[in-house]
Design a binder for this molecule. Structure first.
Ligand code: HEM
Length: 460
């Protein structure tokens, strides 16, 4: 066994430090031991190798299904179910990806673009001039409503707000309470003793979401309307290579995975974007100029291809990567990685956070510089906010569209300012990097820019 060196503290102390100060632990380990280090988080028997070396990441992503396997996130199986993409492996994982992928790409994005813009406007229009609000709370509402409308259609009325509230409650339960997360780790704690017991509470919330999903599936099975353009309809109509559709349980598990996956990360990315463009007025000014130069005859998807807007969004996901690491990959046959002979079973984690902070790839990595993306196209193993290989985020195109439209709408339709000069640092909620104070902002009213022709939402 020839694992890279790493922190030498007792495994329990390492785990404690990792839980309480994940970014600090990772930064100090990479400074001391380089771009591959071994962490013992809780037990000397279970080493985890963190990787932030681009060539190693390239080898891992290219070697999937040969030297490396990707066991998926089994931790969340009790909530997401056995058929959710993130928990599936092997052939069935491939089959589900092939069925879901088309629903989140291509011409469907044009339909989603309108939903995204309308929802952002509706939520911001409820604010009163002078009102101070938590940007992260607002973006959680927006991202949650958007993914629910995309999945079920935007004709669900109050039901959507109720389901959005239930999904927030589940995410909050695990994110705000590290003890609660241990329920997932320790099966004997997963006892449903009624809704006042911790696991019973989670089950109570998930049961209500399940009822909504299964009712929607049953209604459509009875009365299928091929004209509907929502994702549930598309998934129900999808057939694999053998001509087989997804079963009800497969549909439920995939829908719940997309709802949870699509909400948390997008909400954080949107909150970060609001922070960066208001913290750096020169960036906002350049964005405005680019938008103003755009003709009214173009549709929303074309606007989102603007180069500076694209570079700003890339830089947001580099400096504040939302998901700090990819899913674990496991050595499946003895392999040499950067000179280390890794035995079968070694767990490897691509560290998105550390690779995005490498000064050799990103000079002055702490500085927000969108220009670095205008001047260079980074390969998939140097810039990986959405991970890579066979588990690369299936919602990446939709997420980038959401982020870009969010920026376009807030800077062209509304006047906002940061409510305080306090500098904002990242904190982890689960493995999700969020702004520590939620980015308090003040709503100043509608912007003059909406009289300009840069945004003609009707053109979609
Ligand atoms: C800014 C927003 C987002 C970020 C930064 C993000 C990031 C990630 C990352 C890092 C992974 C793991 C990839 C790997 O291990 O190689 C992942 C997986 C996944 N994401 Fe996202 N994501 C975002 C938005 C979304 C959205 C909007 C959806 C759904 C609509 C989604 C659904 C998923 C799913 C289902 C997986 C599991 C894929 C699989 O196991 O095959 N994500 N995402």
């Amino acid at each position: 066994m020839n694992l890279p060196k790493g922190p030498t503290g007792h495994p329990l102390l390492q785990l404690l430090e990792w839980v309480n100060n994940t970014l600090g632990y990772m930064e100090s380990a990479s400074q001391n031991y380089g771009d591959m280090f071994t962490a013992y988080l809780g037990s000397k028997k279970d080493p985890t190798v963190y990787v932030s070396n681009p060539q190693a990441i390239q080898q891992i992503f290219n070697g999937e299904s040969k030297e490396f396997t990707n066991p998926g996130n089994q931790l969340f199986k009790p909530v997401l179910g056995q058929y959710a993409l993130g928990t599936l492996t092997g052939e069935i994982h491939k089959r589900h990806r092939q069925l879901i992928m088309p629903c989140l790409h291509g011409s469907h994005l044009e339909i989603y673009a309108k939903i995204i813009c309308d929802t952002i406007e509706q939520v911001f229009e409820q604010l009163k001039p002078g009102q101070t609000f938590s940007t992260h709370e607002i973006t959680e509402t927006i991202a949650g409503e958007v993914i629910l409308k995309v999945v079920f259609g935007d004709d669900q009325g109050k039901n959507l707000q109720q389901i959005n509230h239930l999904t927030s409650s589940v995410l909050d339960f695990f994110a705000k309470n590290s003890l609660a997360s241990s329920l997932l780790f320790l099966p004997f704690l997963r006892q449903d003793l009624g809704k006042w017991s911790p696991w019973g509470y989670v089950r109570h919330l998930v049961r209500q979401i399940d009822t909504f999903i299964y009712t929607a599936i049953a209604e459509r099975r009875q009365n299928f309307d091929p004209q509907r353009t929502d994702l549930l309809n598309m998934l129900m109509a999808a057939r694999d290579e053998a001509g087989e559709p997804l079963s009800d349980q497969e549909l439920r598990d995939e829908i719940i995975m997309l709802i949870f996956g699509g909400k948390d990360a997008v909400a954080s990315a949107m909150a970060w974007s609001a922070y960066w463009v208001h913290h750096l007025p020169e960036v906002q000014e350049k964005l405005k100029q680019e938008l103003e130069s755009f003709g009214s005859q173009e549709n929303l998807i074309q606007i989102t291809r603007l180069p500076y807007l694209t570079a700003v969004c890339q830089e947001i996901l580099r400096i504040s990567p939302v998901e700090i690491q990819g899913q674990p990959r496991v050595v499946a046959s003895p392999v040499e990685l950067m000179g280390y002979q890794l035995p079968v079973g070694t767990v490897l984690i691509p560290s998105i956070y550390l690779i995005h902070q490498r000064p050799d790839l990103y000079p002055e990595p702490q500085q927000f510089q969108p220009e670095r993306f205008l001047n260079k196209k980074f390969p998939y193993y140097e810039y990986l906010p959405f991970g890579g290989g066979s588990r690369r985020c299936i919602g990446s195109a939709f997420a980038q569209l959401s982020l870009k439209l969010f920026l376009i709408v807030i800077i062209s339709r509304f006047k906002l300012k940061l409510a305080s000069d306090e500098s904002i640092h990242p904190v982890l909620r689960g493995l999700n990097l969020i702004p520590h104070n939620g980015v308090p902002m003040t709503f100043l009213g509608q912007s003059m820019m909406d009289s300009n022709n840069c945004l003609s939402l009707e053109t979609v």
